[in-house]
Ligand binder design. Structure first.
Ligand SMILES: [Zn+2]
Length: 340
């Protein structure tokens, strides 16, 4: 099913997109066609506090805004995808992990509006990623899109008719924290046990591999840690390491079964899988799709499960799209309309 027509002309013009992650802040000017220009990034001052992060964001934004102005096409505003739980009405961070020190409570939209004079919209970074893929990437033209983000952790988002489902508390899409038979008894990052993230994430994959293979013989003959990341485990599996293959197969099967369940629940037009785990190769994808098929009820068969298309730019493209969409999914939508 394709997305319905929007209810009027969208504002045209470029928007500055920002993607604020735990290790890097990326920015770029996203044109009306979805191209990204004047890209720049900086290491996130994650331990220096919110003032330092906001300063880094403004420092990235100013030259991009000046370049757009000089080209005769000034930016309409800023769209920000940021780590943490975001209040969609105010653009403030309502909760965050310790990856960004004291980030919770930061009024991101207000502070950036004051510093730049531009309208600002803020959304969670995974939600921004899903908006980018749904509006400009692998889900373009599809009405119901489920994004599964299998990186260090496991998250995701649901986009319906171009709007991301934020939920009642802004946390919708925490796909990693569903019970999974493959994860029974295993500790999860949330403090509970038996959740899918414990097997179907980069951190989970690494943990499972280390539990069966704590050390290995290094090329120089010494003994070292068996792997340092989920990507290491994927590489070892590709090289034929039996323990790594077993872990990678297990994570693909666990995530695939869960995807089958989400297909039955949401009936999406497409499921998009992104993140480091999605780079694990064709064997991982084959097992993922086969496991999804085993759980999908007959009425829901045939839902495509595909890789993401936009790469690392998805979140900033998605965040920028908040200012050029006609979907009234945020409280300050009227600001955008009056500037169009
Ligand atoms: Zn959990």
């Amino acid at each position: 099913m394709t997305a319905p027509d929007t209810d009027g002309p969208a504002p045209v013009g470029p928007v500055i997109g920002l993607d604020v992650g735990g290790t890097k802040i990326s920015a770029g000017l996203v044109t009306a066609d979805g191209d990204v220009r004047h890209e720049a990034s900086v290491t996130t001052p994650a331990t220096a506090g919110p003032d330092a992060i906001l300063t880094a964001m403004v420092t990235l934004v100013r030259p991009i805004a000046a370049a757009a102005e000089a080209e005769g096409c000034p930016a309409l505003g800023l769209g920000v995808g940021a780590a943490g739980v975001i209040d969609p009405a105010t653009g403030a961070v309502t909760a965050a992990t310790d990856h960004l020190r004291s980030w919770a409570g930061t009024p991101v939209a207000d502070r950036l509006t004051t510093a730049t004079g531009l309208p600002v919209r803020v959304v969670n970074d995974v939600h921004a990623h899903a908006l980018g893929e749904a509006r400009r990437g692998a889900g373009t033209g599809q009405a119901t899109v489920l994004l599964v983000a299998a990186g260090t952790g496991l998250g995701g988002a649901i986009v319906v008719d171009g709007r991301v489902l934020t939920g009642s508390r802004g946390i919708a899409g925490h796909l990693g924290h569903v019970p999974s038979p493959e994860a029974a008894g295993l500790p999860c990052s949330c403090g509970r046990t038996g959740h899918l993230e414990a097997v179907a994430s980069g951190a989970g994959l690494l943990e499972r591999y280390r539990s069966t293979m704590p050390v290995r013989q290094m090329d120089d003959g010494s003994v070292g840690p068996s792997a340092a990341s989920g990507a290491d485990v994927s590489r070892l599996a590709a090289a034929g390491d039996p323990a790594a293959l077993s872990c990678v197969d297990g994570s693909a099967a666990a995530l695939g079964r869960a995807i089958g369940g989400w297909i039955n629940t949401l009936d999406p037009d497409v499921v998009i899988v992104t993140g480091g785990l999605a780079q694990a190769g064709p064997r991982w994808w084959t097992r993922l799709r086969a496991a999804a098929d085993t759980e999908t009820i007959p009425a829901a068969t045939g839902c495509p499960v595909v890789p993401a298309a936009l790469g690392a730019r998805a979140a900033l493209i998605g965040a920028a799209s908040l200012l050029t969409s006609d979907h009234a999914d945020h409280a300050d939508h009227s600001i955008v309309r009056t500037r169009a």
